[in-house]
Design a protein. Sequence first.
Length: 194
Amino acid sequence: MNTTAPLIDPFARAISYLRVSVTDRCDFRCVYCMAENMTFLPKAELLSLEELDRLCSSFVNLGVKKLRITGGEPLVRRGIMTFFEAMGRHLETGALDELTLTTNGSQLSRFAQPLYDLGMRRINVSLDTLKDDKFAAITRWGRLPQVLAGIEAPAPRVCALKSMWLRSKGSMRMSCSTSNPGAHSTIWTSPLSR
Ligand code: SF4
């Protein structure tokens, strides 16, 4: 339940959507994003998982209803499930309508089920191409089969009822939805063309 005045933007609209980056690290090195030899922020300069919980819970208390977790790659942060479990309690109480994640998909085969179990129902997977060699060239350290294995992990596998390729503003988008309300709905988006 909100106990304080909601957040309002300069046009008097209530702010209900928050994106939070939980790490600057990633297990890929996409050519358009990072140098191969990156220097990341010292860990001491990042918010701890407890501080992220406190921050996000404060925003939920101020009226945020949809929370998207991003990185870097959020699933490579050590102990990140502790944070997701903490956010899951806001789904349980109804304070939060949706908890979502933007990921490169590399860790999904491990995390899809626990994320589903704590209430996550939608994940965005960044995927630049479906060609193995191009994928390896773009991401440097990424391998397509690893990502596809994550997308096909047990929790989201039921989503593949409808898919379509869209081209808009030079982007490639594949959306996948389901008629099963209890299943993951997954959307792939890409900043690059095929
Ligand atoms: S997967 Fe995302 S965060 Fe990681 S290097 Fe590629 S674009 Fe950057």
